[in-house]
Write a protein that binds this ligand. Structure first.
Ligand code: NDP
Length: 280
């Protein structure tokens, strides 16, 4: 078991700053056992937040997650997401009920709007709040919302109940540091960093490799530790391999010196001006 730092959500609940992603899981039945095993291994290591969505494998990732959490639901902080085209008040409720069935549970800990679509935010929030009041979700949030979307959300009745915003954030995608991240930190809204190792693409960076070697760590561990340095940030790397899940968990034990953080800033410069929120 690795000691994983925690992030406090607006409700006061503490969640691990390092969780488990599930995109690309549940797409091929031949890989399901390995995916379930990787998720279970992550839970054993203390990465007890699982991030899934009705989109992933068109429900397949939720089925895999349901198997991984079977018999240990209370250990897990379970996050799922609704498609924007299901995000009318009634649609949110129906989509959530379907997700709960696939996950074989009676509640989600956090339910997110996957990205902004055409339905008015007030409709989505009304659905989320109805789910919260009936105990089907403990909290709700959004994903891929830039600062202007967040400000608009705050104007909607109940919009200030938003607990988290899940966005693309990693060493090579630091735009959120200019405005969105500080704004969320000030409001106590958790920022969930998706694709925290840029789906593997940043791991070949020479400077990242050099710094990792100095700590006898791996580039993925440095990339994840960089995110966990920040208040209110939760990184959710995905891996279907127990070895890589273990490697990723090891990031929690890594403390990067100020000198090396400065070297990372030189290799992956922070934003000097507003950048529109990037999305994958
Ligand atoms: P990640 O940055 O987590 O990278 C995942 C990829 O990297 C996989 O191919 C994985 O392969 C590989 N990998 C994982 N760990 C290591 C390691 N230590 N060394 C080398 N390779 C590694 O990308 P994701 O896009 O999956 O993002 C993480 C999660 O965030 C998603 O799974 C999903 O839950 C969420 N997400 C949310 C989005 C949104 O719009 N809200 C959009 C995108 C992601 P392998 O499995 O073979 O180990």
């Amino acid at each position: 078991m690795v000691e994983i730092p925690t992030v406090s959500l607006p409700s006061g609940i503490l969640v691990p700053a390092l969780g488990l992603g599930t995109w690309k899981m549940g797409e091929d039945a031949r890989h399901a056992d390995a995916e379930v095993a990787a998720l279970k291994h992550g839970l054993d290591l203390g990465m007890t937040l699982i991030d899934t969505a009705e989109m992933y494998g068109e429900g397949g990732a939720e089925l895999v997650t349901g198997q991984a959490i079977s018999g240990r639901r209370d250990e897990v902080f379970l996050v799922s997401k609704v498609y924007p085209w299901n995000a009318r008040r009634k649609g949110v409720i129906e989509a959530c009920e379907k997700s709960l069935k696939r996950l074989k549970t009676d509640r989600l800990d956090l339910y997110l709007l996957h990205w902004r679509g055409e339905h008015p935010l007030a409709e989505t929030v009304a659905g989320f709040e109805q789910l919260r009041q009936s105990g089907k979700i403990a909290a709700w949030g959004v994903s891929n919302f830039d600062l202007d979307d967040m400000q608009e959300l705050m104007m909607v009745p109940g919009g200030d109940m938003c607990a988290a915003n899940q966005v693309l954030y990693n060493l090579s995608r630091r735009g959120v540091e200019y405005d969105l991240l500080p704004w969320c930190q000030e409001k106590g809204i958790a920022v969930m960093a998706y694709s925290p190792i840029e789906q593997g693409r940043i791991l070949r960076n020479a400077e990242l490799i050099r710094i990792a070697k100095a700590y006898q760590a791996t580039p993925a561990q440095v990339a994840l530790a960089f995110l966990m340095e920040r208040d209110g940030v939760i990184a959710i790397p995905k891996s279907s391999s127990p070895e890589r899940v273990e490697e990723n968990a090891g990031a929690a034990e890594l403390e990067i010196s100020d000198e090396d953080l400065a070297a990372l800033d030189a290799a992956f410069p922070p934003p000097a001006k507003k950048q529109p929120l990037a999305m994958l």
